[in-house]
Design a protein around this ligand. Structure first.
Ligand SMILES: Cc1cc2nc3c(=O)[nH]c(=O)nc-3n(C[C@H](O)[C@H](O)[C@H](O)COP(=O)(O)OP(=O)(O)OC[C@H]3O[C@@H](n4cnc5c(N)ncnc54)[C@H](O)[C@@H]3O)c2cc1C
Length: 463
């Protein structure tokens, strides 16, 4: 946005919003120049709408002025998706009414700014599980989770946010408020716009309200862990486990992840292990017992020592949830990747990641939702060190190349944002990328919604 537009933007916002809903204060501007990635770029203004009508008013004004709008939930995204670049940082956390649970229909409806943990708690109070469980659930918003197609450990059994959205209220780039989907669990009436907007990363519309389906709370949950002296064997164990009936989550932490969390939280983790697999099993007690016995036998067959942690409150689960934040204490910059491969390729992907880390002399802990083939290699580095960042860039290209060569993709749940935009065509294919660009042009002809995200200049792989 050119600075000459600032007075018109100020007038536009003052005309359309009550006082206190927007700011040009440098403190607010700087506070919204970040997300959970290491990208930073400041907006011209920060806007905190409280309703879909206010979002619509802002979008109409922005469209008239040709000013970019960057939708933002809690800013926990790891792909640079909500990092603005001039224009308006549109913060949706003020849309935060109490979630409504429709127990008879096993559904819930909530404003887009509600945290996912708040929805989960409201659902649990009425005997339901809302399965998508990103580790950021206490902070991240439902709108952000839908916009990124977020997942978590339970995605292995239950799927990601993409599998739960029944309907959305959204504001299009021209300010029109539209509803997608509805209150039925089946819907074959026209194009599936809810599914299109889910994972659209703020580039097609601003989400203001979300309707999701719920599942009954499983009556019993059991956690097992396998402690492995060999990373590849842990990968082979998860492939065998994932074929079984019973597991709801199969999570992996490599040795470096264990050591980093232990150094921060002192939980008594098995830090000499090459890797730990956490297996959560849920269902009726009569299903859980045999499934747990089968899982235990498989872990042992693959050389694992079996532990029986006490559910999500145990040190191992707490460690798994705390990894991202703990890693950030090692060095100032964290490049969080989110590659996803067919699960049979996980052992080979783990071997290739280790080789990439060694080749470029980088600190590279790996953890993730291994049952889904979704690994989070995190490169811990310092963006002020130009030599190290050059090696990071090479390593990221090689990680992407390895994932694609093994039949995988660049992101399982964090989205493309700015970080992976240069590689979209390489991952999705030229034809699919062109179709995505055509959808973007149809929904947002002026290109004002989250420009620079998902689509970017073509990058190249290094190798
Ligand atoms: C410690 C930590 C752990 C994490 N663990 C997980 C995990 O287990 N699984 C996982 O999937 N992710 C995880 N993440 C990543 C992140 O929390 C998710 O991507 C989350 O969905 C982002 O939600 P948010 O509200 O913070 O959105 P933001 O980061 O603010 O935005 C993310 C994207 O969504 C768009 N957006 C946000 N709100 C809206 C809206 N209302 N309408 C339209 N577009 C919108 C933004 O433009 C941006 O493109 C983790 C992040 C951290 C920091």
């Amino acid at each position: 946005m050119t600075p000459s537009l600032t007075p018109s933007l100020r007038t536009m916002l003052a005309d359309r919003l009550p006082a206190g809903r927007f700011s040009f204060d440098p403190v607010d501007v700087v506070a919204h120049a970040y997300d959970g990635s290491y990208r930073t770029a400041a907006p011209a203004a920060v806007v905190w709408p409280r309703s879909a009508a206010e979002v619509a008013a802002v979008l109409r004004g922005a469209a008239e002025l040709g000013v970019a709008v960057f939708p933002r939930g809690a800013g926990t995204g790891l792909a640079g998706g909500s990092v603005p670049d001039g224009g308006i940082a549109l913060v949706l956390t003020g849309l935060s009414g109490t979630p409504a649970i429709d127990a008879e229909n096993a559904q819930a409806e909530a404003d887009a700014g509600v945290t996912t943990a708040a929805l989960q708690a409201a659902a649990a109070a009425q005997g339901f599980l809302f399965p998508p469980d990103p580790s950021s659930a206490a902070m991240s918003t439902l709108g952000g989770n839908v916009a990124t197609g977020a997942g978590g450990p339970r995605s292995f059994k239950y799927g990601t946010m993409k599998d739960y959205v029944l309907g959305l209220e959204a504001v299009a780039a021209d300010g029109a408020i539209l509803a997608t989907g509805g209150r039925t669990t089946k819907n074959a009436t026209g194009y599936d716009l809810s599914r299109l907007l889910t994972g659209s990363e703020g580039t097609l519309a601003v989400l203001t309200r979300v309707r999701v389906r719920l599942v009954p709370l499983p009556p019993e949950q059991r956690t097992l862990a396998g402690v492995f002296p060999d990373l590849r064997r842990a990968g082979q164990a998860l492939v065998a486990l994932a074929r079984q009936r019973g597991p709801a989550a199969i999570e992996l932490m490599d040795q470096l992840s264990l050591r980093i969390v232990e150094s921060v939280h002192h939980l008594g983790l098995p830090v000499s292990a090459a890797a730990v697999l956490i297996v959560e099993i849920d269902g009726w007690p009569e299903e859980v017992d045999p499934a747990a016995a089968r899982a235990e036998a498989l872990l042992r067959e693959h050389g694992g020592e079996v532990l029986h942690p006490e559910g999500r409150g145990s040190a191992l689960w707490r460690a798994r949830k705390a990894i991202s934040a703990a890693i950030a204490r090692v060095k100032p910059t964290k490049v969080s990747e989110d590659v996803c491969v067919p699960r049979t390729a996980v052992p080979e992907m783990l071997t290739r990641i280790a080789a990439i880390a060694a080749r470029h002399d980088l600190i590279l802990p790996v953890f993730g939702h291994a049952g889904d083939g979704n690994l989070h290699p995190n490169i811990v580095c310092d963006r002020r060190d130009a030599d190290e960042m050059a090696r990071v860039e090479l390593a990221v290209g090689e990680l992407f190349e390895a994932a694609l060569a093994l039949g995988g993709t660049l992101s399982g749940e964090h989205g493309v944002g700015t970080m992976k935009a240069p590689y979209l065509a390489a991952a999705a294919g030229e034809g699919a990328e062109a179709a995505m660009r055509a959808i973007k042009a149809a929904w947002d002809p002026k290109g004002i919604l989250n420009p620079g995200k998902v689509f970017g200049p073509r990058g190249r792989f290094h190798g």
